[in-house]
Design a protein around this ligand. Structure first.
Ligand code: SAM
Ligand code: SF4
Ligand code: SF4
Length: 336
């Protein structure tokens, strides 16, 4: 079944946050001052079990979802994540399952287990190759080499076209753009530069700190000849470019919003559904899943929810004068 929202957008992708916990404290996502030892993360019984996630994914697949991305928090902190992947892979209609991870727990064994369980694609986040900047941005005890060994392990396990996500903040790591492309030159990995986004309420987002797509292209063009590439599919979030070392992408939700083709729904670890990354409203699907409701009752609820969807936050960001006061979900909670 295909369902459409108020702007005729189909439901095609789900991003599932499997945990709200993380072994990093990236300043733009989980600033240390907020996510400290007093912070109350969800207890085990509060988060969706694998069975609950699988049931919901089956229902979503019956409504047109084809692609699943596992995220978090840090998804590799969730025990036996490969078992979830195996089950999702077997759901009728699901054609692609991927994961976004900070990569430091991606040992050789783990990467192989993920590959063998059916994970199709992997995205690894890395904001700088400098030990100092990586340390201060990630707020962790890890170093870039730990992430790079995760990338190598993913390659060894057979993952192709590995994506490397780099959030770019002006005057923080914009001078790492070229070193990053140089490092991954000819490697087959696709670096994706992400404009620093105003997700959540605690990352002190400020427009002045955004290095826009135009700025990024300008920086890269000083060294490489770049050419725009065609989209792989309509709802693709990254704009694609080629350079002599391969391909790179830019996710420019601030300077070039892409709400028009947005076919994504987001499921949080504690079982809330969001129809937009920036929504202030969510749908408590866990209560339904833990009630005696049947699959077809939940399906009906989801059809109604999607038909009411009129989110286009990034496009409205420019015109909606009140957007700053909206209470948004934090990135580590909603999963990016
Ligand atoms: N922990 C995993 C990781 O970092 O890859 C997965 C979850 S993380 C929330 C998903 C992606 O969101 C990461 O690539 C991260 O860099 C990105 N991200 C987090 N906060 C962001 C922000 N304020 N602006 C842009 N991207 C952000
Ligand atoms: Fe953790 Fe990923 Fe957020 Fe960094 S971006 S704090 S690694 S969830
Ligand atoms: Fe989709 Fe919302 Fe992002 Fe627009 S702002 S692309 S509707 S998630």
């Amino acid at each position: 079944m295909n369902i459409t929202d108020k702007f005729s957008r189909k439901l095609r992708d789900v991003r599932i946050s499997v945990t709200d916990r993380c072994n990093f404290r990236c300043a733009y996502c989980m600033p240390k001052e907020v996510f400290d030892s007093n912070y109350k993360f969800f207890k085990k019984k509060e988060i969706l079990s694998f069975e609950e996630i699988i049931r919901l994914t089956k229902i979503l697949a019956s409504l047109g979802v084809r692609k699943v991305r596992l995220t978090g928090g840090e998804p590799l902190l969730r025990n036996n994540i490969h078992a979830l992947i195996e089950n999702i892979k077997n759901i009728d209609g699901i054609t692609d399952i991927s994961m976004t991870t900070n990569g430091v727990l991606l040992t050789e064994k783990k990467a192989l287990t993920l590959k063998n369980s059916g994970l199709d694609r992997i995205t690894i986040s890395l904001d700088s190759l400098s030990i100092e900047r990586f340390g201060s941005i990630s707020g962790s005890k890890y170093a870039p080499k730990d992430v790079l060994s995760g990338v190598d392990n993913a390659k060894k396990a057979g993952f192709k076209n590995i994506k490397i996500n780099m959030v770019v903040k002006k005057d923080v790591n914009d001078h790492d753009i070229l070193p990053m492309l140089d490092h991954f030159y000819g490697s087959g990995c696709i670096v994706r530069f992400i404009e620093f986004m105003d997700v959540g309420n605690v990352n002190f987002w400020n427009k002045e700190q955004v290095t826009s797509l135009d700025n990024i292209i300008h920086i890269i063009s000083n060294k490489y000849e770049v050419r725009p590439m065609k989209k792989n599919y309509n709802s693709e979030v990254a704009k694609r470019w080629s350079y002599s070392g391969g391909e790179f992408g830019i996710i420019s939700s601030i300077s070039n919003p892409f709400c028009g083709d947005c076919s994504r729904i987001r499921l949080t670890a504690e079982g809330k559904l969001f129809t937009c990354l920036f929504a202030d409203k969510s749908y408590d699907i866990k209560s339904l899943v833990r009630s005696p409701r049947s699959d077809s009752e939940i399906q009906k609820y989801l059809i109604e929810m999607w038909s009411q969807r009129d989110d286009r936050y990034s496009e409205e960001r420019v015109t909606n004068r009140n957007y700053k006061v909206i209470k948004k979900a934090e990135m580590s909670y909603i999963g990016g």
